[in-house]
Design a protein around this ligand. Structure first.
Ligand SMILES: Cc1cc2nc3c(=O)[nH]c(=O)nc-3n(C[C@H](O)[C@H](O)[C@H](O)COP(=O)(O)OP(=O)(O)OC[C@H]3O[C@@H](n4cnc5c(N)ncnc54)[C@H](O)[C@@H]3O)c2cc1C
Length: 397
């Protein structure tokens, strides 16, 4: 199709596998090929997940096997220092790193304080480096989950819970304060819907406090929920009233099955849209809304969806917003959708990747989600594998 756009504003070509995989040696690409081949086989994926969890629970020595395969592909390392090599590599290609301390399921105060301290270290690391433009945390890493549920339900808290909730708010505040002081924006991940009202409340209070000049604190909006486009608009109206900037990361949502199963079990209507088309529509409408209101907003499109990523690039052009405007970001996970990350960065857009890190056994739930996500559906080749196969063909492998 003929195009009238000058070369510099031509739509990014997400199909360029040469750019997408240029950081992979032939050997590295072959390793990625086998990894996605194996996790793509549903029965092998399911058996592998069950065996891995079982073996790690029994402290069987399989850490090396996980570390050499899934961990190596999807994580930066076990520590911040180990992950900086990955940050450097991404940075060389113009892609930023978001150090994501991916330890889940901590409940006691010492562990929760430790998680806060670790997030503070990620902010300190970001402060020293140009290639780490954001920090991130999950509120479930800083709070007992039962407490988040009580706060979300609006239950009145007993003395012990009230004290614990003060501690949680203190942890969140110290992270957001440090992010503000370092000038490093901080993303607050979205989680299960039964914790989300407490998370939204915390995020809103932090935005009111720290987002006066620009968006430092970002809440996350999951557009697989049918109420979240309205929530985005309400959040924006609140920011306008409060005179602060709204920071949002837009995602579709990672916990669909869990949400639907719990709703069915407990007999309440599922918060998730009935079908994918409705999710896609809301996601793209949310992008349109953010760009139309960018004067008081900053937005990160956390997605592996090519159409939504291209839509955002098109919206920038339609609204005369520069691709490198610091209020607009594209983001993917390490080891996924490199075709979007590298081609968008190559086209001059702001791109960052979550680089999860932590001890192997502790990041296992994260790795299992990545494995599940890449199991092939109805025998079709998954998106990642298809791109790797294309690039191997291009290289004559
Ligand atoms: C940088 C980044 C940060 C992220 N942060 C978070 C976070 O904080 N919280 C969080 O929950 N997730 C987060 N995610 C994960 C995200 O929510 C998605 O699970 C994942 O990115 C897949 O969605 P997609 O937009 O990439 O694309 P697609 O592959 O187009 O969409 C897949 C998604 O669509 C939805 N979906 C699929 N089928 C159906 C259906 N039948 N009915 C309804 N919905 C359906 C699901 O949400 C599914 O994950 C993040 C992802 C990235 C890249």
């Amino acid at each position: 199709m003929p195009t009238t756009a000058p070369a510099s504003t031509a739509a990014p070509n997400l199909g360029d596998t040469r750019i997408a995989f240029r950081q992979y040696t032939d050997r590295g690409l072959l390793r990625a090929y086998w990894l996605f081949r194996i996790i793509g086989i549903p029965w092998l994926n399911a058996t592998g997940r069950a065996l891995t969890q079982f073996a790690l629970a029994l402290h069987l020595p399989i850490k090396w096997a996980v570390k050499a395969t899934l961990f190596k592909h999807f994580c930066g390392g076990e520590t911040i220092d180990e992950s900086l090599q990955t940050a450097q590599k991404l940075g060389d290609a113009g892609v930023g790193t978001i150090l994501d301390y991916s330890v889940e399921g901590q409940e006691d105060d010492d562990s929760l304080d430790h998680t806060r301290d670790e997030i503070l270290l990620t902010i300190a690391a970001a402060r020293k480096r140009k290639d780490i433009p954001f920090s991130v945390f999950k509120v479930t890493g800083l709070s007992p989950t039962a407490l988040l549920e009580k706060v979300s339900n609006g239950e009145s808290l007993g003395a012990e819970d009230a004290h614990e909730w003060e501690l949680v708010q203190g942890r969140v505040l110290s992270i957001c304060q440090a992010a503000h002081d370092a000038g490093i924006p901080v993303l607050i991940d979205a989680e299960d819907s039964w914790y989300q009202p407490a998370i939204d409340g915390l995020a809103t209070r932090m935005m009111e406090r720290f987002n006066h000049e620009r968006a430092i604190v970002f809440n996350t909006i999951q557009l697989y929920r049918h109420d979240r486009l309205a929530f985005l608009k309400e959040s924006f109206a609140a920011a306008e009233r409060g005179g602060y900037h709204l920071g949002v990361k837009l995602v579709r949502g990672a916990y669909m099955e869990k949400e639907r199963n719990r709703a069915a079990e407990k007999g309440y209507p599922s918060p998730i849209h009935a079908d994918k088309a409705a999710v896609d529509r809301d996601y793209d409408d949310a992008l349109r809304f953010c760009i139309a209101h960018i004067d008081r907003m900053a937005v990160m499109a956390g997605t592996h969806n090519e159409q939504s990523s291209l839509l955002l690039a098109r919206l920038l052009e339609e609204h005369g917003i520069a691709r490198d405007d610091r209020r607009v970001w594209f983001a993917q996970l390490l080891g996924m959708s490199d075709n979007i990350s590298y081609n968008m960065a190559d086209a001059g857009c702001n791109v960052a990747k979550y680089v999860p890190y932590g001890p192997v056994h502790a990041v296992l739930p994260y790795l299992i989600r990545r494995a599940q996500e890449n199991t092939s559906v109805a025998g079709q080749m998954g998106r990642e594998l298809r791109l790797i196969v294309e690039e191997r063909k291009r290289r004559g492998a």
